[in-house]
Write a protein that binds this ligand. Sequence first.
Ligand SMILES: *[C@@H]1O[C@H](CO)[C@@H](O)[C@H](O)[C@H]1NC(C)=O
Ligand SMILES: *[C@@H]1O[C@H](CO)[C@@H](O)[C@H](O)[C@H]1NC(C)=O
Ligand SMILES: *[C@@H]1O[C@H](CO)[C@@H](O)[C@H](O)[C@H]1NC(C)=O
Ligand SMILES: *[C@@H]1O[C@H](CO)[C@@H](O)[C@H](O)[C@H]1NC(C)=O
Length: 688
Amino acid sequence: MVSLVAGVTLVVLVSMVTLDLVCGGQEGGEDSRLAHTHLTHTQRHYTPQTGGARSTTFSYIQRTARSGIFQNNGIFEGIRLADAESAGPFHGHEDKAKFKNEKMEIAMRQPNAIDDNECNEINCIGNFNKNGNAGPKHNSIGNIEFNGVVKNTVLTDDPIGHSDKGPVVLTHSGPVRGLTLDKAHVFYGIPYAAPPVGPKRWTAPKPVSPWTQPYDATFPRPACMQVCAGEFSEMCPPKISEDCLYLNVFVPLSVDLSKPKTKALPVMVWIHGGDFIAGSASKPLYDGRFISNYSNTLVVNMEYRLGAFGFLVTGKDPQSSAVGNYGILDQQAALQWVHQNIAAFGGDPAKVTLFGESAGAQSVSLHLMMQISEPLFRHAAVQSQPFSIPLKTRFDAMKLGRDFVKLTNCSASDLACLRSLSSHTILKAQVKAGSKIINPFRFLEMFETWGPYIDGQLLKEQPITAFQKGRWQSYKPVILGTTSEEGVIFVYGVFTESVSVLECIVYTTAIFKQHTLSILYKYVPLYHNQDRRIMLSQIVTDFVFLCPTRRSARSAISLGGSVWMYVFDHSPSDHNIWSGLTFCYDRACHGAELPFLFDSAPETNLTLTAQETHLANQMVCYWGAFAHSGDPNSRTEQTPFCSQQRLPVWPRYTSAESWPILNFTLQSHPQHGNREDICDFWDELDIY
Ligand SMILES: *[C@@H]1O[C@H](CO)[C@@H](O)[C@H](O)[C@H]1NC(C)=O
Ligand SMILES: *[C@@H]1O[C@H](CO)[C@@H](O)[C@H](O)[C@H]1NC(C)=O
Ligand SMILES: *[C@@H]1O[C@H](CO)[C@@H](O)[C@H](O)[C@H]1NC(C)=O
Ligand SMILES: *[C@@H]1O[C@H](CO)[C@@H](O)[C@H](O)[C@H]1NC(C)=O
């Protein structure tokens, strides 16, 4: 520890001297001003927090830097990159709201921000019925959680008379009644595990109690507990609840649910992103009807526990403590539900493709590493995985847990006390504990405050390590890819104004320590802008996303695996996709591919140009073909819709073909790699 501190100190000091020149000596004249005032722009947006681990962990940097620049912890509010790990459009602003801790704090203090009915700030009711169908107004669903007692919303004598319409499917737990919509049959909100409330809070998901009357699967259930505040709150889930272990099933109209099954169709299971603290499967963005209809596959997406509810660790013994990773177990339970029940919907349980983006991609990787998940899916798509953000160690997860518990007035060993807290108390403590830096030596952890940790049993090592060492299901075909400007949302979401030379040094040093110099020497000559955000964004894109993904792909093929790689390099023309994240306008930010992947623009009120629609259709058809056969180029089972899309051949990733990847853009085409020399540089540093 001591020598590590010394090492960091040295680098800070060395960097301050040398990089002042490389990082933009011309700004030197401003430095004295910057030393005192360059933080003001962050201060305008972030209220520096006082006390707590954040200030103590960084106080050593204050001392070692021996300069005034760190005197205000506001700077570290500014690098809450954790909050920038968003799931892209329609998650971005939720997360952006969280960049602005000040705003969130205010929201948290206002009793109405998260009211006692666990509604978000916006309409809690009647807002979800955007299916065109005149469905019932579901005011009554407001109370799914009755003091922790399981309540199936059973269709009995529905006054609206909706109960006798819609397809009924018999699951292992009981019959469910869904909707037949324009493009697909839809079953919303099927419970795949018992509500994780009361004594079941912080336990592994448990089976649901069976029912006999048809369950009303005609409307989405609440999203899992999450904070949602700020200017983009209209994009927050309409309702949140601790009782949230539900999934949605989309079935193509080609399946006649009233008749015995003929040929079972492939199933695509989506894991949403949102930094393990936000997001929801039921967002209009993730409407599975279009994929389902265009590619003739079933789509399933699930909610899973987020934040402290999903990931709190207070000890090792599951009887007496919270042991974390519940959110991952939830996903696994949903996969098990698919395995057991999807045949009744016309799906093939032996042909499941798991796909996810951002935190969802991290989840997919974990399932590729976990033996229990192995039989539950056959193909995987890992989209924009932040490979270089480490999962927490047990030590760090426990530390976060202790910080959390302190805020609740319970003792860490008193699980009953913790279970008796209201879900809002937990949410508030989650936010507060999550705003502290847990381990400055594993700086990137703060990109993702709450999330899975290496517990030694379920998860034994970091995904990047497992992928490099071949300790994953590398025989499963995978699609791996990133957007071309992943880093922008992180860097610009945090720095609202130009980043100076000093900040540039500080942030790179905090992350890269002794490698800072070589990294800056590599990048600085390529960027002539005074504003270092452009360079920093590229560093984040390369180091966190692109290059470790490439390395994982190469490791997979060295083990004989089949990999298709892509870069999504199109900036959506309709800026509404970014809901006010202006720095993403005309950029292929993190998450830019999602409205294309789901082809869900009609549901999200986005306007795509004809060319963009073509791009979206192509993506759906590649992913659909992959689900059908494990090869995105496969033409067997191709729908007429997909044969019209004239898909270019997407070559498998191999060195023999000079590393071809597919560049998704208005004229998608294969090309040889992406930033190969830069990734060679990162690979050689060997610091993922
Ligand atoms: C797609 O939707 C259209 C319009 O509802 C329908 O005619 C067609 O059968 C659907 N195709 C599939 C594969 O579900
Ligand atoms: C913890 O106790 C303090 C002091 O009694 C009180 O102000 C605070 O509201 C309590 N916090 C919770 C979460 O109950
Ligand atoms: C799309 O627009 C319609 C009509 O303006 C509105 O009712 C609906 O809520 C909007 N959907 C989304 C996802 O914003
Ligand atoms: C993708 O293709 C476009 C058009 O050919 C090109 O301008 C762009 O640089 C490519 N993107 C990447 C990341 O290589």
